[in-house]
Design a protein around this ligand. Structure first.
Ligand code: GLC
Length: 818
């Protein structure tokens, strides 16, 4: 260790898995708990350059700094000088990042690697690594040299990184943590866990997303600690001036992601880990789920009720009871004598069927899945070579090792029967993996890990991700390249490439409605934009008001599904009586009206890497008070909502970002950049549309694709200034969009006190069926005297409700309204 660094400077930073309470005991001499012996990087003695990477050494340990792009720089530590395999499940395969240019220079004290926007500095004397912007402002800096611990006494190997924390710094990200949006002052652990009825602040939960965003002085950056072992994050909890992350194994390997905008940090994180593909359109409709709808007559009855009551719905879910003794890929023929017929009847009525598949395979010599898995050695084994066995729904089970590509291929083929039966989507659950009694697998379970091998300590957090990956790949092949729909409970960073997610077994309480609001915003900035909660709460009983308020939030959740546990009362939108049914229906209809807008938001997520839900901190990070706001969020670029999350709430204070906003329900105009008191009667919620937007709307349909669209409604919201909007359309279920068979319509709206112009241009090769836009003009501050589309004069029409609109040919280039 270098002379100039006193170990005491750093020694108190991290103490492994201990809770904060225990940490205080460490300093208590009475208990005489030994401190952990840590080793720190010493003085840099030499370096070598290797293409876009530099390797520095203190004589023994090495640090690699690699420039991925102008904004992304990776740091790796090899305590013994040998780096581990450069492999990651999180990073997408076809990564094509490279810096435009970068340079290297050396001063007496430092080495500097410069890109066009960021500078990585390594202090020679003490190996401290820091990142600055091009102007020399320090954005993120080591507080201590990277360090590690290899101690048999403490059961293993730990790697640590400790960063300086600024007084005003706020932290975001980290996946599904059930806590306030700003993570500062808290410590977290990532170890995917089945947490039925979890609570506020409970940690860990189902997912591991070791990515966070720091914001200080209005400047954001990201850290992605790509390590699949149990990882820990301490955001200035133990010491107010430092933030640390560490793991119980693997490599200290992290990506520094430059901002300065939070939005750009999230986009760059997506550059590394990918985005969700375009979901099939039906997947963003309303979904009805229950543990479980059975027998068949019950499923049919629920479907029938939706159509009878004219409440739109696109999918019905079958939870574990559809299976024969919980054996995956089988049917309980007593409950479902002819699944194919049932599914096709449902499909004829506009319902997709989604089924549950768990990883636990029943140990049963007469069960083909078990036999195939056993013969081919596809199941996980313990350190002593015995099979990993545990109890889940079917009783005694063994578990596929999804970290083996052969096993993933096999698992993918198992869906053939279900797909032939007409199943449209798959729900993967219990994949933390969950095992009754013991929680999960013991640490000694061996995994193939793409041939690199690893114990369960290394593979635990990616087990669920690899399961749903194989589900996705299998469905994609079997459904002949139709876009699959999958949903998973467990996830690791990058799971968005294969699946949507939900937040697991929440509770039917107002507090949980709020937790869901926080979780979905957080998942969205952590790369998992296609996310939802169990609307109404999984366990416990909501009353009509809670259910309805949750449904309202559900309309603005990327994934919209009602789900509940088996022992709860009915949870269909009509279950709470006519008063609540009417409001739920009205809100589900809003979801369906907004479908083309929501679909466009998914496109922006897929193509432009924008999160679907946008916390106010992400929209306006330059205002310090915004870093604490958590109730209102952007739903895509043009809509802002603030769900009602308290019983009996008559009104609420809503902050609107800078600009002009229109209340969705009556078009009242509001000035942004300030708070407003908004009435919240039960049949409304604060929903606002940004002035300058063009919002496409569909007529209400009972399911996606029910009606042909012969004219597309566009609502144009006037605002002073120039604004961009897009509308994305395609076939809705094929991958043709990857070959540019889509239409991305751009609208440039320019509002003045006495005029409004809309300029349109289109990208892509899809030619939709409609040929006319039905345009509604909202908030125009002048009396309209003339409407001109590319030189032709148009007149205003009046619809059935007495609202004025103008019909414009879809090919128009410029519309001028004066
Ligand atoms: C788990 C899931 C829940 C599901 C239940 C039965 O608790 O989280 O959604 O209904 O298992 O399969």
């Amino acid at each position: 260790m270098a002379e100039s660094i006193k170990k005491e400077d750093f020694a108190t930073d991290l103490l492994g898995e201990e809770s904060l309470d225990n940490i205080h005991h460490v300093n208590n001499p009475v208990l005489d708990v030994p401190t952990i012996e840590k080793k720190y990087l010493g003085k840099v003695v030499s370096y070598v350059k290797d293409q876009s990477a530099f390797i520095f050494t203190d004589g023994k340990a090495s640090v690699e700094i690699k420039v991925f792009s102008d904004e992304i720089i990776r740091v790796r530590l090899a305590p013994q000088g040998t780096f581990l395999d450069d492999f990651s499940y999180a990073i997408k395969k076809d990564l094509d990042l490279r810096p435009t240019s970068f340079s290297f220079d050396e001063t007496v004290d430092t080495y500097c690697i410069r890109t066009s926007v960021a500078v990585c500095k390594i202090q020679k004397e003490n190996f401290l690594v820091s990142f600055e912007d091009a102007e020399g402002a320090v954005i993120n800096a080591d507080r201590a040299p990277m360090h590690w611990e290899e101690s048999p006494d403490f059961g293993g190997y730990y790697v640590y990184c400790t960063k300086e924390t600024q007084a005003d710094e706020a932290f975001f990200g980290l996946g599904d943590k059930s806590t306030n949006l700003n993570l500062r002052g808290r410590r977290f652990r990532n170890w995917n866990s089945d947490t039925y009825g979890f609570g506020f602040n409970q940690d860990p939960l189902y997912k591991t997303i070791p990515f966070y965003i720091g914001v200080s002085s209005g400047h954001a950056y990201g850290i992605f600690f790509d390590n699949t072992f149990k990882t820990f994050f301490d955001f200035a909890a133990e010491k107010n001036d430092r933030t640390s992350y560490w793991s119980e194994g693997g490599e200290m390997q992290y990506y520094y992601i430059h901002g300065p905008l939070m939005m750009d940090v999230v986009k760059r994180y997506h550059e590394l880990t990918g985005t969700h593909y375009m979901p099939p359109l039906w997947a963003i409709g309303y979904h009805q789920c229950r543990w479980s709808y059975y027998p068949e007559a019950n499923v049919r009855e629920v479907a029938q009720q939706f159509r009878k009551r004219e409440i739109p719905c696109d999918a019905i879910y079958l939870d574990i009871d559809y299976m024969d003794g919980y054996r995956c890929f089988t049917w309980n023929k007593r409950y479902f004598p002819d699944p194919k017929k049932m599914i096709s009847d449902l499909a004829a009525n506009g319902f997709k069927t989604v089924v549950m598949i768990d990883p636990g395979i029943k140990v049963d010599e007469d069960y083909w899945v078990f036999k195939e898995g056993k013969e081919n050695k596809y199941f996980c084994r313990r350190g002593d070579d015995y099979f990993m066995e545990g109890y889940v729904w079917p009783g005694r089970c063994q578990f596929p090792d999804y970290t083996n590509p052969k096993v993933r291929d096999w698992w993918g083929t198992l869906y053939k029967g279900l797909v032939d039966d007409g199943v449209a989507g798959v729900w993967n659950d219990m994949n933390e993996p969950a095992v009754f009694g013991r929680g999960t697998f013991p640490d000694d379970v061996r995994h193939y890990f793409e041939g690199l091998r690893g114990s369960h300590r290394k593979a635990h957090n990616i087990y669920g991700m690899q399961m749903v990956r194989s589900t996705y790949d299998g469905l994609k092949k079997l459904q002949r390249n139709k876009r699959p729909f999958t949903i998973t409970r467990a996830a690791y960073a990058g799971t968005q490439r294969y699946s949507s997610v939900w937040t697991g077994d929440n509770i039917a309480t107002w507090e949980h409605l709020r937790i869901g609001l926080l979780q979905l915003q957080r998942l969205s900035v952590s790369g998992l934009s296609f996310c939802g909660t169990d609307i109404g709460g999984f366990t416990g009983e909501p009353n009509g008001e809670l259910y309805t308020r949750w449904m309202q939030f559900g309309v603005f959740s990327p994934f919209m599904r009602v789900h509940s546990a088996g022992d709860t009362r009915d949870r269909e939108p009509w279950s709470f009586g006519p008063e609540w049914e009417a409001i739920c229906k009205k809100f589900i209809e809003i979801r369906y009206k907004l479908l083309p807008y929501i679909y466009t938001v998914f496109w922006r997520q897929h193509k432009y890497k924008e999160p679907i839900l946008r916390p106010i901190s992400l929209l306006e990070q330059h205002k310090p008070e915004n870093l604490q706001r958590e109730e209102e969020f952007g739903f895509g670029h043009h809509i802002l909502v603030s769900p009602v999350i308290h019983p009996g709430q008559q009104s609420k204070i809503v902050y609107l970002p800078e600009g002009t906003w229109y209340y969705y329900f009556d078009h009242t105009k509001y000035l942004g950049g300030q708070e407003h008191q908004i009435d919240t009667p039960l049949d409304k919620m604060p929903v606002f549309v940004r002035g300058g937007s063009v919002i496409p709307e569909y007529p209400v349909m009972q399911y996606t694709g029910e009606k042909n669209i012969d004219t597309l409604q566009l609502n144009v919201y006037w605002a002073e200034g120039r604004y961009d909007s897009e509308v994305y359309l395609d076939y809705g279920d094929t991958f043709a969009y990857e070959q540019s068979v889509y239409s991305e319509k751009h609208f440039i709206v320019e509002g003045k006190q006495d005029s409004l112009t809309v300029v349109q241009y289109q990208e892509g090769m899809y030619n939709e069926r409609f040929d006319t836009y039905k345009m509604y003009l909202v908030g125009v501050p002048f009396t309209i005297s003339r409407i001109d589309a590319d030189g032709s004069i148009l007149t205003m029409n009046t619809d059935d409700q007495g609202q004025s609109y103008v019909s414009v040919e879809k090919e128009f280039r410029k519309l001028t309204i004066i």
